[in-house]
Write a protein that binds this ligand. Structure first.
Ligand code: ADP
Ligand code: MG
Ligand code: ZN
Length: 611
């Protein structure tokens, strides 16, 4: 871009020069070139009385003839004009009839005539240099700008308030205090209270960290500066620290203000932890942030908000009192919150009147706020693709499934045999789930392939769960085995379609043994997890048990899986007619909703058992 600008400027300059030159030469040539006379001719003409006036300007003679026309001539500089003319035989009487005007050689014109031809090129060259210099200077400024932060000030037009943030009750309560302080710092300072400098918002991606930070700014009506921590760090060493300085200085100047550092883990990782390589630049940036925050005094009405989804990797120095000592955890929304988030994002979308957002909320456990916002949008897109005026319940469900499992792949050609296998596989899952006391109810069964899944059985808890019991896990395991067991039972064969189920079941069984102490091995956990376990993520697991114990763990995992398989088998054998009924209905209809499914099962009077 700057290079293009330079080229453009040079082109303009050249163009202007050409125009100037043209004008100049035109003005010169437009004066009709006057008649050129020799000195002899002049002498003759004076004698015949044809010349009325001669202007002498150095060697130049400007002659006015009697008839009004003009002529020019040159004489040698050393000798005077009258002398020359006399030598050429002009009589003194004839000479007297001519009006001689000797013009001052050292006049303005003389200098101009001397200077312009020499100065003009110099001026032009100077002009070009000036242009280039200016260009270079902006370039240099840009280089200097690397040290400036890319702080963005949110404008008041799209102001976000707490009412635009659904749920997150605890987080809001914490942050209301901040808003209070920013609105009325005196009240707090008079009481001698120290105001929090840094507040760390932590939560999984999409839980609304950025959103709630903006809402704090919106509520308090102060400038909200936003920067992503990754912008601090660039290719150039030392940039991060100076950008940090700049960001803090800008915020301080605008105080009271909020400085929001998004994704702070980009620079705030534990120093010297050796992970991601020792990035000196990052450490310097982090140090600078710490220094800046320590430099705040009681009168600094700037509050630093920072967001991260990896609080476990943050440097402890950041979390010390006086820095980010307040931590606000943003959880994934529960059922009620999901419903209200959906409501917020339903605004401005055309929806059919009778839709029930709660039903959508029920189907979307584990969705983050961002997922739900996305769901509403997907529903609108699906409705548009179906040429509907408004999105209905159908489209909302469809959107939720699309987000969980990927888009439907109706076009995928499957043979009758494959369809049958998938139908029996899914019917197996569903039937086992229906026959187990502790399993979650079946919400939907489908044999339309989606993403990588050939078909799917959606089962959802009745309410949000924070704790799960061993009985529930056992039921889950049996249900996972339902597909495999059904294939084996019906066709006496097993397809690759069951591989994912087996993988997940094995993982779950291993967790039961190693993490939850739910196996015969008793209340022990195995494997040391490096780093804090936070937000369901772990960095790496170290093996801290012997080979003997390892094989015992494997045995227990195996037992869990075999037992689950046997439970599933038992159910399917006992309910063979029901299995056939579900499978054949699936082959015919491809999907079964919750109500249809339980209606279908009614005649079979299935007694529920525990796994
Ligand atoms: P992150 O925690 O990753 O910063 P964002 O704040 O950027 O998440 O949230 C992404 C989007 O998800 C928001 O723009 C908003 O549309 C939606 N969202 C997330 N949480 C909520 C919520 N509690 N209420 C309303 N919308 C939400
Ligand atoms: Mg964010
Ligand atoms: Zn399956």
């Amino acid at each position: 871009m700057p290079k293009q600008n330079l080229l453009k400027k040079i082109a303009y300059t050249v163009l202007i020069l050409i125009v100037i030159t043209l004008l100049f030469s035109l003005s010169l040539s437009s004066e009709k070139a006057p008649q050129q006379l020799s000195l002899n001719q002049i002498a003759d003409k004076i004698n015949t009385g044809e010349i009325t006036q001669i202007k002498v300007n150095g060697p130049d003679l400007a002659i006015t003839l009697k008839d009004g026309s003009t002529a020019v001539a040159k004489k040698e500089t050393e000798s005077g004009i009258s002398e020359t003319l006399k030598n050429l035989g002009v009589s003194s009487t004839a000479m007297q009839s001519v009006d001689f005007q000797i013009q001052d050689q050292s006049g303005f014109e003389f200098w101009m005539s001397l200077l312009i031809p020499t100065l003009l090129p110099l001026l032009v060259i100077g002009f070009i240099f000036w242009m280039m210099f200016r260009q270079a200077k902006t370039g240099a400024n840009q280089a200097l700008n690397f040290g400036r932060s890319n702080l963005r000030l949110s404008n008041s037009k799209d102001r976000i308030m707490f009412k635009d943030v659904a749920g997150l009750k605890e987080a809001k309560e914490e942050l209301v205090e901040v808003v209070d302080f920013l609105k009325n710092p005196k009240k707090f300072l008079d009481l001698g209270a120290r105001i929090p400098r840094g507040i760390l918002l932590m939560g999984q991606p999409g839980t609304g960290k950025t959103l709630i930070a903006r809402a704090v700014a919106g509520e308090s009506g102060v400038p909200f500066f936003y920067i992503s921590a990754s912008e601090f760090v660039e290719m150039f060493v030392g940039v991060g620290a100076s950008r940090t300085r700049d960001a803090f200085a800008t915020a301080k100047k605008a105080a009271p203000a909020i400085l929001f550092i998004d994704e702070i883990d980009a620079v705030g990782r534990q120093r010297g932890a050796g992970m991601g390589g020792g990035n000196d630049e990052r450490e310097q940036t982090l140090n600078q942030i710490l220094v800046e925050m320590d430099g705040f005094d009681r009168d600094t009405h700037v509050i630093i908000l920072a967001a991260t989804n990896r609080p476990d990797v943050l440097d402890p120095a950041l979390l010390r009192p006086g820095r980010f000592d307040r931590r606000v955890v943003l959880d994934l929304p529960d059922l009620n919150d999901r419903e209200s988030i959906l409501k917020i994002h339903a605004e401005g979308k055309k929806l059919e009147k009778n839709i029930d957002l709660r039903k959508v909320a029920v189907r979307t456990p584990g969705f983050s706020g961002a997922d739900l916002a996305n769901l509403m949008n997907e529903a609108a897109i699906i409705a548009a693709r179906r040429d509907k005026k408004a999105a209905g319940q159908e489209e909302l469900f469809e959107a939720s499934e699309k987000i969980i499992l990927g888009p439907e792949r109706k076009s995928r050609v499957i043979s009758q045999k494959e369809k049958e296998i998938t139908a029996y596989h899914e019917a197996g899952h569903a039937l086992v789930a229906a026959a187990l006391k502790d399993a979650d109810p079946v919400h939907k069964i489908s044999i339309i392939s989606r993403g990588f899944a050939g078909g799917y059985t959606m089962k959802l808890p009745l309410e949000d769960q924070h704790l799960k019991t061993k009985t529930q896990f056992l039921a889950d395991l049996a249900m996972m085995m339902g597909g495999y067991a059904s294939e084996k039972f019906t066709f006496d064969d097993i397809s690759t379609g069951a591989s994912n189920d087996l993988k997940e079941a094995t993982n779950l069984a291993r967790q039961l043994v190693m993490r939850y102490g739910m196996s015969d091995m008793g209340p022990v956990t195995f494997g040391k997890t490096e780093g804090l376990l936070f937000l369901g993520r772990e960095l790496s697991t170290e093996k801290n048990y012997s080979e003997k114990v390892a094989s015992e763990i494997d045995d227990n995992v195996h037992t869990f899986l075999i037992n689950a398989y046997e439970v599933a088998q038992k159910i399917l054998k006992a309910q063979k007619p029901a299995l056939t009924k579900i499978a054949s209905t699936l082959i015919e209809k491809e999907t079964l909703e919750h109500d249809e499914f339980y209606e279908l099962l009614k005649p079979f009077k299935i007694k529920t058992i525990s796994a």
